[in-house]
Design a protein. Sequence first.
Length: 127
Amino acid sequence: MQKLYLLFNHTLTAEQFSDAKASLSCNAVVSPPKDLQDLWSNVPPELESLSCYLQPIKEYIHANVQKNDFVLVQGDFGATYMIVNFVKNLGAIPVYATTSRNVVEATEGGKTIKRSVFKHERYRKYE
């Protein structure tokens, strides 16, 4: 069975975890080490290029991800683009989580408050 490696800025929900097992046939979900998670979650906007910045993440992926494993990649657009291509070149499968959004309105203290509630729907492969 394949593994699902995480490279995104949120905590995997129970629903996302269950869906990874069911729809991707993953037997394990693997989070990156804390230092790499911090790197991924805090891409500096002032950098002109991300090539050097993402090198530790590429090394981690190269050392751990096997052909046909899944990698959930979501985050900074440029970083995501680079890592998706890197993962594809290794023969692994980059995916992202799709959600539906429901807007809930409530009146509190004479004010209308809008909240967006997101629900996991499925994983989709980057093509």
